[in-house]
Write a new protein. Structure first.
Length: 114
């Protein structure tokens, strides 16, 4: 069993920042890619950012220059630093961890509103 738990969501004003964390635990031998998806109200789930084990990153065009993904392999943890947040960033953010298969967290709500 692999457990994935996100934290760090909340309510923030436009232009503000949040940092999401996601920790994996359980029967883990090695973790490959890690990343974040999100699903806004009335929208389909979309990829936000991914990071490979060696640190290569990829971002959705809508968050480039504002979000930064990073990871700590010693802690099996991935982070998402979100800056200059916009109302359209409002969504449930889901973390995934690839270890023989994708394992997903339960999601954390991010609300950007004044």
């Amino acid at each position: 069993q692999v457990h994935v738990v996100e934290s760090g969501g909340g309510l923030v004003q436009p232009g503000g920042s949040l940092r999401l964390s996601c920790a994996a635990s359980g029967s883990i031998v090695s973790i490959g890619a890690m990343g974040w998806h999100r699903q806004g109200p009335g929208k389909q789930r979309e990829l936000v950012a991914t990071i490979t084990r060696d640190g290569s990153t990829d971002y959705a065009d809508s968050v480039k220059g504002r979000f930064m993904i990073s990871r700590d392999n010693t802690k099996n943890t991935v982070y998402l630093q979100m800056n200059n947040l916009k109302p359209e960033d409002t969504a449930v953010y889901y973390c995934y961890v690839f270890t023989f298969a994708n394992h997903w967290g339960q999601g954390t709500q991010v609300t950007v509103s004044s």
